[in-house]
Design a protein around this ligand. Structure first.
Ligand code: DO4
Ligand code: MG
Length: 290
């Protein structure tokens, strides 16, 4: 099942049939056994006209988020550890990434408040004070207030590699800024947990030329989703549930940096495609000069 948030309401898609659900978003997604709840709703809700549903999705799609915080895990794949070690050689911080990859405690960091999140079709930003920027395609968990993993979406943990590489203590600036997180297009709620063979693919294009294309499977991850969720919930409460990006496994080559108007397409089997154009935040009056 797939749950979409639109400007006109919430739409559930099941086997190419569409159902409008009147429950408020934050109540709807924050449930233990969400699949079972939605199955019951399907049985008592009339189908929407498919043309109307597709028009709503086409014209009014929103990021599938309400009041949930977005968190992220790091260095959960060997590829991510190696990329971080390379970029931080000069700062002397390379060992940190080895240590966190091997440690029992994972790296978890706060990524975004809901208002900074972009959805499918919206722009993601790169920082003006960064020289090396990449998208990070990440399977993203929807976790309920009681800590149960209820669904999945596609996440993009936009990152400045130049700022993180300069000094690991700059991580919040490398990771948290306007439109540095994208999720969407929907929440995928399968009957059983997502399979380890699920593929994740990224394509970055510039003026219709493919600049980078790569895919892998989520089974390459070192840690389990339950382990990440358990650490996140150990000493934090999430009244509305939360999203957790599970780390990147696909890293563009060292000589690649994103530019304005690049297109980022991230596809995860079963969920769909999250597409975002790269932009600069419109400059403020009195924009500080760095
Ligand atoms: O250690 C820094 C961030 C790592 C990260 O975002 C990732 O591995 O996806
Ligand atoms: Mg990441």
């Amino acid at each position: 099942m797939k749950l979409y948030k639109t400007i006109h309401g919430n739409i559930l898609e099941y086997h190419n049939n569409f159902y409008e659900l009147s429950d408020p978003w934050d109540v709807l997604v924050n449930r233990n056994k969400l699949y079972d709840y939605l199955s019951l709703k399907l049985a008592v809700t009339g189908q929407m006209n498919a043309v109307d549903a597709l028009k709503m999705l086409d014209e009014g799609l929103l990021p599938p988020i309400g009041q949930q915080e977005v968190w992220a895990a790091g260095v959960t794949y060997l590829r991510s550890r190696d990329a971080r070690k390379e970029e931080s050689v000069a700062s002397g911080g390379a060992d940190l990434y080895d240590k966190v990859y091997e440690a029992a405690r994972p790296e978890l960091f706060f990524k975004s408040m809901p208002h900074r999140v972009s959805g499918h079709g919206q722009a993601v930003f790169i920082r003006r004070d960064s020289t090396w920027d990449v998208p990070e395609p990440e399977l993203t968990l929807l976790i309920s207030a009681v800590g149960s993993i209820e669904g999945y979406t596609i996440g993009n943990d936009m990152s400045s590699r130049s700022i993180e590489g300069e000094n690991a203590l700059y991580l919040p600036q490398a990771k948290v800024y306007e439109r540095s997180a994208a999720i969407g297009p929907c929440i995928y709620i399968p009957e059983k947990p997502i399979s380890a063979s699920t593929t994740i693919e990224i394509i970055i294009s510039r003026q219709n030329n493919v600049m980078y294309k790569e895919s892998t499977s989520i089974g390459m991850m070192k840690r389990s989703f339950e382990e990440l969720a358990a650490y996140l919930f150990a000493e934090c409460d999430f009244e509305h549930g939360c999203f957790l990006m599970t780390g990147t496994c696909l890293v563009p080559p060292k000589n690649f940096t994103l530019r304005e108007n690049d297109m980022i397409n991230i596809a995860i089997e079963g969920i769909g495609v999250l597409s975002n154009r790269v932009a600069l935040k419109p400059a403020r009056v009195n924009q500080p000069v760095m």
